[in-house]
Write a protein of this length. Structure first.
Length: 336
């Protein structure tokens, strides 16, 4: 097995540098000329500046503006960070041991770096504030969904825990607030075919062999709203949101289904009323049964008038354990 190349520059903000392999075939006279062609979204002046500032490295050190093109070689660099709106919500630590970390994620905080969300993600915050540079996610949760997310502390064990989710050996339960329809026959299992095209924000149900399955049950209802228990057997993109919308009871606060609405990234009011409530599985290392439960509550059920008015509660930003111990930055925060 070929040995993995180690980056010649350290992580920044808990993130490893990007790595590029230069094509074996090419006639560029310099590395700069190649990168200008290869990275059309980055201004040529910015690439030149990074080389002058010695921010792009090869295996033997920093590379300059006049560095000749070396076919088949590798380079490393840290990407420029986007301007991000700070997400003022705490992450609750539910469980931590030698190998495993389970947290209770707030609404509006992405699980992993992607697109416009880099520093303001659960992974980067945890790596930085808990000093866990090799932390990796076992699965993902949508940015607008709150609840349980599991991370692996020991890099060599990441595959074992990710395989649990891939092979559907993790029992997951969600709660949602959505309209109450007395004519809807529940409980029921919804099966359909869901597809999501690259570059298209919303997924859709189409005719064909089902690839998504969700058990839907009504826990209670009042004033035209219901509190639902959702148990997915599969993990398609936006599956729960698509299935409830398809039943005619779209989840409260959903800006994608049934109608796509644009919401500014800095608008932290009226969060999607969907909560990843339970993770239940047999540990692949010890065989012990594990069950984790979120202690978050969906605010539209507890105080629907406040949710509708966009009124948040006070909370402190950072990492908070179940026992109340706090680590991280201190500042004003909202809690839904």
């Amino acid at each position: 097995m070929r040995r993995k190349l180690r980056p010649p520059i350290p992580p920044r903000h808990g993130l490893e540098p990007a790595r590029l392999k230069l094509p074996v075939d090419g006639e560029w006279p310099t590395l700069l000329a190649h990168l200008v062609d290869r990275l059309p979204r980055v201004a040529p002046d910015r690439i030149e500046q990074m080389l002058r500032e010695e921010r792009i490295h090869g295996t033997d050190g920093p590379l300059g503006v006049d560095t000749p093109y070396a076919p088949g070689s590798f380079i490393w660099f840290h990407r420029d960070l986007p301007d991000e709106v700070p997400v003022p919500f705490a992450i609750d630590v539910v469980h931590r041991d030698e190998h495993l970390l389970v947290v209770d994620k707030p609404h509006f905080l992405a699980t992993i770096p992607r697109g416009q969300h880099i520093l303001e993600t659960v992974l980067v915050r945890l790596r930085r504030e808990l000093d866990l540079p090799h932390l990796s996610p076992a699965h993902r949760l949508d940015r607008v969904t709150a609840g349980l997310v599991m991370f692996v502390i020991t890099p060599e064990l990441r595959g074992k825990y990710q395989t649990l989710f891939r092979d559907r050996r993790v029992h997951k339960e969600y709660e949602a607030i959505a309209p109450y329809d007395p004519a809807l026959d529940l409980p029921r299992t919804v099966r359909s075919r869901i597809v999501k095209e690259r570059g298209v924000l919303a997924a859709q149900e189409i005719p064909g062999e089902p690839n998504a399955e969700t058990y839907v049950d009504l826990l209670e209802h009042r004033d035209g709203w219901g509190r639902y228990r959702l148990v997915p057997s599969t993990g398609r993109t936006h599956q729960l949101r698509v299935h409830l919308s398809g039943l005619g009871i779209p989840i409260l606060g959903d800006d994608f289904y049934p109608v796509l609405r644009e919401k500014p990234l800095g608008d932290f009011t009226k969060p999607l009323q969907l909560l990843a409530k339970v993770l239940d599985f047999d540990d692949p290392l010890t065989g012990a049964h594990r069950r984790f439960t979120s202690e978050r509550r969906l605010s539209a059920w507890d105080d629907p008038a406040a949710w509708a008015a966009g009124v948040p509660c006070a909370r402190t930003r950072g990492i908070v354990s179940r026992t109340g111990a706090f680590r991280g930055q201190i500042g004003p925060e909202l809690r839904f």
